[in-house]
Ligand binder design. Sequence first.
Ligand SMILES: CC(C)(COP(=O)(O)OP(=O)(O)OC[C@H]1O[C@@H](n2cnc3c(N)ncnc32)[C@H](O)[C@@H]1OP(=O)(O)O)[C@@H](O)C(=O)NCCC(=O)NCCS
Length: 82
Amino acid sequence: MYVKPEFRGKGIARSLICEALSLARSVPELKQVNLCANARNLTAIKLYESLGFKAFGHEPGSMLINGELQDEIHMYLRLADG
Ligand SMILES: CC(C)(COP(=O)(O)OP(=O)(O)OC[C@H]1O[C@@H](n2cnc3c(N)ncnc32)[C@H](O)[C@@H]1OP(=O)(O)O)[C@@H](O)C(=O)NCCC(=O)NCCS
């Protein structure tokens, strides 16, 4: 998910992920949604947590960005029981 800097803080990311989750919930066979976020990206992580996502893993050095290893947080959201 990416929102151009000039459009940030207007609820676009929240709308995007809510729409994606609404689509996911319309598929009965879909039980869970997983995602990952850069561990430094607290804005994104808080947004996902506010929608019910829970962290289940911290992957050290998941990405090499400009020669620097960066960690990722893995998260899941259970859509239905079972
Ligand atoms: C993370 C990102 C997608 C958020 O997009 P956005 O459209 O600005 O987000 P929204 O306006 O929907 O805001 C979502 C929540 O984050 C909060 N938020 C947004 N920008 C923030 C900031 N700079 N600092 C703190 N909180 C912030 C908002 O208050 C909102 O919370 P609320 O709904 O409880 O009020 C955007 O900053 C981005 O594209 N970043 C670069 C790419 C990236 O990091 N993608 C995520 C990869 S996992």
